[in-house]
Design a protein around this ligand. Structure first.
Ligand code: HEC
Ligand code: HEC
Ligand code: HEC
Ligand code: HEC
Ligand code: HEC
Length: 158
């Protein structure tokens, strides 16, 4: 990413991440994102070899605080929320440009949905009739791709 000189100079020690970013403005913020962005990200001055300037790959990062056993993550990064479900490797069906990860279903920053769910998967007014699984498995669950997926609106983005 290239930033203009003027902008780079704004990345001083005093400037807060939240001066420029609006990641935690939704109703239900994720505790570490309120505490300190740099728990998960490097600052703009530092290099990262992970996408989104993260300090580690997404899943291991989440599992430093969330206990694999208590949320049902099985060996080989499968399980949660149903036995053997892939949690990595496959491509994220909603954002095919990204690999499947904890962030495919959860917003790491804040959400309007319980359990930091990224989309209103269970809302009965979506084309999925409240069927969470159909958000990604629409082909099996409802047979045809809905014309206006709920995630197509800009405010549904992470
Ligand atoms: C618990 C870990 C965690 C914390 C804390 C966190 N982030 Fe993130 N952030 C992520 C992950 C994971 C992604 C990648 C999301 C994806 O791939 O969809 C991300 C992506 C981003 C992006 C890229 C654009 C986007 O919308 O995905 C920005 C900007 C960002 N974070 C800013 C922040 C700011 C500012 C804070 C502090 C208010 C913060 N993050 C705190 C985990 C975190
Ligand atoms: C002076 C404004 C400003 C401040 C302060 C700022 N950012 Fe950013 N940040 C930006 C801009 C502009 C972008 C580029 C936006 C884009 O490409 O969509 C960006 C992009 C990002 C991205 C995604 C870009 C990537 O390379 O993948 C992350 C993550 C991020 N910022 C995290 C942080 C964190 C963490 C802090 C605090 C330590 C912070 N930012 C402070 C303006 C700022
Ligand atoms: C630095 C520790 C830390 C990291 C890293 C972290 N979390 Fe959290 N997370 C917490 C805390 C603390 C809470 C609030 C207490 C709780 O509900 O467990 C929380 C809450 C949550 C909740 C809501 C739990 C509920 O019952 O409502 C979800 C979902 C979640 N985190 C997912 C993630 C994901 C996905 C990642 C990786 C992107 C992640 N967390 C990374 C500490 C962390
Ligand atoms: C396929 C979608 C999906 C993926 C991927 C996913 N989650 Fe979840 N997660 C959920 C749903 C749905 C719930 C709510 C379960 C409920 O309410 O019974 C949940 C609940 C949670 C909770 C709250 C505690 C609990 O067990 O109810 C935490 C913490 C959590 N997830 C963390 C993670 C982490 C960490 C990862 C990555 C290893 C992850 N999730 C990947 C869908 C997902
Ligand atoms: C965020 C998207 C997402 C959600 C939500 C989701 N899945 Fe999946 N699921 C995937 C991806 C990605 C795969 C990997 C194969 C593929 O691309 O279809 C997969 C694979 C599967 C498989 C095949 C497992 C295997 O051994 O490969 C089953 C069965 C499955 N999902 C059931 C479910 C059920 C049941 C739910 C609801 C509880 C659910 N999924 C919710 C994305 C999702």
């Amino acid at each position: 990413m290239t930033l203009s000189l003027g902008l780079s100079s704004a990345f001083g020690e005093e400037s807060s991440c939240n001066d420029c970013h609006t990641m935690i403005e939704r109703a239900l913020p994720h505790e570490p994102a309120v505490a300190e962005c740099t728990i998960c990200h490097v600052t703009h001055e530092e290099e990262s070899r992970f996408p989104n300037r993260l300090v580690d790959d997404i899943n291991p990062l989440c599992l430093t605080c969330h206990n694999e056993k208590s949320i049902g993550v099985q060996p080989g990064m499968r399980g949660h929320i149903i036995t053997n479900h892939p949690l990595s490797g496959a491509s994220d069906r909603i954002h095919p440009e990204k690999p499947m990860s904890c962030a495919s279903c959860h917003n790491p920053h804040s959400s309007d949905q319980e359990t930091l769910l990224r989309y209103d998967f269970r809302d009965k007014v979506t084309p999925y009739g409240g069927n969470f699984c159909a958000t990604c498995h629409w082909d099996i669950a409802i047979g045809s791709k809905p014309p206006t997926p709920p995630w197509s609106s800009p405010e549904q983005k992470p």
